[in-house]
Design a binder for this molecule. Structure first.
Ligand code: APR
Length: 228
């Protein structure tokens, strides 16, 4: 059996594919107010504005391509049972070829019924519009976990983190909970790696190797090392 390698990714891994991060300077949350576009209250208040915000995000994602960091994680599958847990809503891990990807915060290319959360659809093209309805007749919303909402896949992610034999964190500021707490569920004795060009605060984690590099540089180098 291949060793279980769990990778926790954030916006930084897609930055070099041209998708803006949220909290870097010039990040998305400088341009937009979270309360206006990414909460259930925003959706109740102004559905068009929320749809428009995510339509823009979707267009960008559709135009973007996976980068060297996404591809490096696919390489790892040669020797490891790789499970990616991503906070990203883009599909760049899948398009690079990674087989197991869990999206904690939803997927931009999908919509969801507002009366039955089990009804999830692939969006055709870039736009989700007012009047687009599920088969039960309700308005479709972006398949995104908004601020103030539960993270439905969190329990699955905890189980995966507990089973890790190697754990990697790539390109996340580790400030958004519960996702950021995932690392606390990993076994203390396993090797952990954190790749990010900026300083990221993680306290009380044993065996943590910090690599202060961009994902497209740090990750391929580390992967080469782990495949030796
Ligand atoms: N390579 C690796 N990391 C990078 C790169 C790069 N080229 N460029 C930037 N980063 C790092 C930044 O230093 C930062 O630590 O990526 C991180 C991005 O942090 P955030 O913008 O906070 O993104 P993320 O941690 O994914 O946000 C978590 O917040 O708004 C929500 O739901 C959204 O899933 C998102 C969550």
């Amino acid at each position: 059996m291949k060793p279980k390698l769990v990778v926790f990714t954030g916006a930084g891994i897609s930055a070099e594919s041209g998708i803006k991060t949220f909290r870097d300077s010039n990040g998305l949350w400088e341009e937009y107010d979270i309360n206006e576009v990414a909460t259930p209250q925003a959706w109740e208040r102004n559905k068009s504005l929320v749809l428009e915000f995510y339509n823009k995000r979707r267009k960008q994602v559709l135009e973007a391509l996976p980068n060297a960091a996404h591809f490096a994680l696919v390489e790892l599958e040669k020797k490891y049972d790789v499970q990616i847990i991503t906070q990203n809503i883009d599909d760049l891990h899948e398009r690079a070829g990674s087989k197991k990807v869990l999206h904690l915060h939803g997927e931009i290319i999908k919509s969801r019924s507002t009366v039955d959360p089990a009804l999830i659809y692939k969006i055709k093209g870039a736009d989700l519009k007012l009047g687009d309805k599920c088969e039960k007749g309700s308005q479709l919303r972006p398949h995104i976990v908004w601020f103030g909402e539960m993270v439905p896949l969190m329990d699955n992610a905890y189980v995966i983190a507990e089973s890790a034999e190697i754990f990697m964190v790539v390109g996340t500021s580790m400030v958004v909970y519960p996702a950021a707490g995932l690392i606390d569920f990993t076994p203390a004795n396993i090797q952990k790696y954190l790749i990010d060009p900026s300083e990221v605060k993680v306290n009380g984690i044993e065996n943590l190797n910090v690599i202060r590099e961009k994902a497209s540089v740090g990750l391929p180098t580390l992967v080469k090392e782990l495949l030796k």
